[in-house]
Design a protein around this ligand. Structure first.
Ligand code: FES
Ligand code: FES
Length: 162
């Protein structure tokens, strides 16, 4: 069966017909054309598909699109505004937090979810928030530095949004 899905996607109201068994990941990439959200393991293990649902990091490969009806969904495409990177995007860029970049949208959205709730996380809180995300390139040190840099950008007023 199909149903009408109404949601707020990257700040804009949207309505689409979706099958009951349509995954949020496939809806985002194939229906909405938002290919920044990546398909990795397709089984809840890698975090590459992480998006925010009402500001909570969510694995879109394990989420049915129909379950986000009436909710706010943010993907990595929502972050840059007017050509300016957000704090977390700048953190990854300026501290070399990505190499091949495939995992990066998932890490970035997990970090944005953390900083929207807690703009001053301790390193242990950062590591806990990223515990569901896997990177095969960076060794994670640069990723932690990227998030800490994003926190500094926000605290110093160099950036205004995670
Ligand atoms: S693609 Fe969703 S957790 Fe790996
Ligand atoms: S930068 Fe390549 S998998 Fe993370």
């Amino acid at each position: 069966m199909a149903r009408l899905l109404e949601l707020t996607l990257n700040g804009r109201a949207r309505v689409d017909a979706v099958a009951d068994n349509r995954l949020l990941l496939d809806y985002l990439r194939e229906t909405a054309g938002l290919t920044g959200t990546k398909t990795g393991c397709d089984g809840g293990e890698c975090g590459a598909c992480t998006v925010l649902v009402d500001d909570t990091p969510t694995l879109s490969c394990l989420t049915l699109a129909a379950t986000v009806a009436g909710k706010r969904v943010d993907t990595v495409e929502a972050l840059g505004q007017g050509g300016a990177l957000s704090a977390v995007q700048r953190g990854f860029h300026e501290k070399l937090g990505s190499q091949c970049g495939y995992c990066t949208p998932g890490f970035v959205m997990a970090c944005v979810g953390l900083l929207r709730h807690n703009p001053h996380p301790a390193e242990a809180e950062i590591r806990a928030a990223l515990g569901s995300n896997i990177c095969r390139c960076t060794g994670y040190v640069k990723i932690i530095e990227a998030v800490q840099h994003a926190c500094w950008l926000l605290a110093s007023g160099e950036a205004t949004r995670p």
